[in-house]
Write a protein that binds this ligand. Structure first.
Ligand code: GCB
Length: 599
């Protein structure tokens, strides 16, 4: 008896696992802002499942007792509810540090409106998602920070439908990120859920941006999905009197190429145009900006003119709420701070943030560094890892490629040097360039050496990237070996722009106990001195084209365990968790105020 029930459980778990291989999310772009959507945000019922019992009890069947002798050892009814979007950890005290499975349930009413198609779209679920509709698995997705959807045309029924999602945020050795990372592992359905309705043939993808090195030629594409693939396609920009016409081929693909005199997007003039993309069976409205981004030897050029990236790193967390940031108002809280600091760019570390961040940054004139969570200890040679990296890159590019504010795709951060890593990242970089040849592509590395006040940025991987982007913690993890103004540098190439993507140190706002010049006092003065030294050092770096301090605000990270100073927070913020400005804030701000870009 025991053996039999064990076997049934094994079979069930196997069928769930094999589901992961066969029902992957469709990752073509569906631009939900431009479409007829029904939001499934709001209260979802949940079951917390720390042991995974829900898998073999088949929670997705949502069985109810039928006979007097029946009892079912789970139920959504009578249980807790959580808000979607939002992380689960900060919504219930018992989930504070939870890393495991939570089952989510939501019912919706559906009334068929003829010959339409319907998609179930998730902005992001951290980390594994298995999605069931009316008791059947419709698909799975791995990766916590990018959107995915499943078509449910024909499976959705008239009347009440039920979606159940198994969400699991357990760290995976072969996951992306892997087991260790320095941010809080917020789990759950963290971004919006929508039902997206389309016509039977619809515009499934479009890319409308200036071609590389051009200030007036749009070079893009439109893709249709459905049965009626060969159609007349029109791109209109009423403000510019653009009315471009073409036709899609038998595969539903059309190349887009036209000229216009654009007011180019820049931090000083973040101009967006209303663009209408039309086929015979579909119309999409978007707000699109036009700019060019390129490098010329050691310079970064925005619209053909040299620009210095006055950056700041940001995690997707609202420190004032100590929770995952997801809303437009969370985005504005963070981005207005960046603006106040004098930044023209944000590095959205270390994973694609929600679309509110990208869109608000673009409107505020802030350039964006978009990154996938290929972070530190990734198992590059483990089966499936390359495919996961590839998928995340595609999902990021697919979602953000029409956002001109995004100027850099970053494909990894601080991975350990090895032949497997090099092969995987070179491959990924090539694939990314094939998808989008218009932006800069890089990876962040920190394996430079530092001896006798001499920094050697040697990694040959940089040869494959558009910029040399590296992290250095001189004055914090690595003590200075001489005067900051005397640091000497050697780079693997003298003909590429150099960008420092992280530097900084920790300090507790308002702490005034202990010597000012000792790191272990966690005083603001120590962090302030790091910033003074770093700013002085920047003048020694040839081809420096931008800096990104680590980071805007203190953020939660369970590995930061000092009981007095950290309390589960990484304190390298220029702002405290209450939004108070530390002394180092003013050092950076006055440095940025002295840099006058033409823009
Ligand atoms: C780094 C990582 C960043 C960390 C930071 C730190 O190099 O890229 O994710 O959080 O250092 O605070 O140590």
């Amino acid at each position: 008896m025991i053996a039999k029930s064990f076997l049934i459980r094994v079979l069930l778990v196997c069928s769930i696992i094999s589901g992961f291989n066969s029902l992957k999310a469709q990752n073509a772009m569906i631009n939900i802002t431009a479409r007829h959507c029904t939001s499934l945000d709001g209260k979802w019922q949940i079951i917390i499942d720390p042991t995974g019992a829900g898998d073999w009890r088949q929670v997705w069947q949502e069985r109810k007792p039928e006979k007097k002798t029946d009892f079912i050892e789970y139920s959504f009814d009578g249980g807790p509810v959580l808000n979607v979007p939002g992380d689960f950890n900060t919504q219930m005290t018992e989930l504070k540090y939870y890393e495991g499975t939570v089952w989510y349930k939501k019912s919706f009413n559906f009334k068929s409106t003829g010959n339409k198609r319907l998609f179930l779209h998730f902005g992001a679920v951290n980390y594994l998602a298995s999605v069931y509709l009316n008791g059947n698995l419709i698909g799975t997705h791995e990766g916590g920070f990018t959107p995915f959807h499943f078509e449910i045309t024909g499976i959705v029924k008239s009347g009440v439908n039920t979606v159940i999602v198994r969400v699991n945020n357990q760290r995976q050795k072969d996951g992306i990120p892997g087991l260790g990372y320095d941010w809080f592992n917020y789990g759950g359905i963290t971004r919006d859920v929508n039902l997206v309705e389309t016509n039977s043939t619809f515009i499934s993808d479009y890319f409308i941006q200036l071609g590389k090195h051009s200030l007036k030629e749009v070079n893009g594409r439109v893709k249709l999905d459905g049965m009626n693939l060969s159609q007349n396609i029109t791109i209109r920009i009423p403000e510019l009197k653009v009315d471009y016409k073409t036709r899609s081929d038998g595969e539903g693909l059309s190349e887009i190429k036209f000229d216009s005199y654009f007011k180019l997007w820049s931090p000083e003039n973040p101009k967006l145009y209303r663009v209408i993309i039309q086929s015979e069976t579909d119309t999409i409205y978007d707000e699109i900006g036009f700019r060019s981004i390129s490098t010329q030897g050691p310079k970064i050029l925005l619209n053909g003119k040299q620009i210095f990236l006055k950056g700041i790193n940001i995690h997707e967390e609202n420190p004032l709420k100590a929770a995952r940031a997801y809303s437009a108002s969370d985005a504005l809280t963070l981005l207005k701070w960046a603006k106040e600091l004098g930044c023209n760019m944000v590095r959205l570390a270390h994973y694609p943030h929600n679309e509110n961040m990208i869109k608000s940054a673009e409107k505020l004139g802030i350039m964006v560094w978009d990154e996938i969570p290929v972070y530190q200890q990734i198992e590059f040679s483990a089966p499936g890892v390359s495919e996961k990296m590839d998928l995340m890159m595609r999902e990021m590019v697919s979602r953000d490629k029409n956002r001109c504010g995004v100027i850099i795709w970053s494909l990894s951060n601080e991975t350990n040097s090895s032949p497997e890593r090099d092969k995987a990242l070179i491959n990924l970089t090539d694939k990314c360039r094939k998808l989008d040849s218009t932006r800069l592509v890089t990876s962040v590395i920190n394996d430079e050496s530092y001896d006798n006040n001499f920094v050697n940025v040697w990694d040959t991987l940089y040869r494959h990237f558009d910029i040399i982007s590296f992290n250095e913690y001189l004055g914090w993890y690595v003590p200075w070996q001489g005067k900051s103004t005397d640091v000497k540098w050697k780079f693997i190439s003298d003909n590429k722009p150099v960008v420092i993507t992280e530097f900084g140190g920790e300090a507790v706002f308002g702490n005034n106990i202990g010597p000012k010049d000792e790191a272990s006092s966690w005083r603001e003065e120590y962090q302030e001195q790091i910033y003074k030294d770093q700013v002085a050092m920047f003048r020694t770096i040839p081809n420096l084209s931008g800096v990104f301090p680590w980071l805007l605000a203190d953020y939660r990270s369970s590995g930061r365990m000092h009981p007095v100073y950290q309390k589960g927070w990484n304190r390298k913020g220029l702002l405290s968790d209450k939004g108070e400005k530390k002394k180092a804030w003013y050092i950076l701000k006055s440095y940025y105020d002295t840099i006058n870009n033409i823009y």
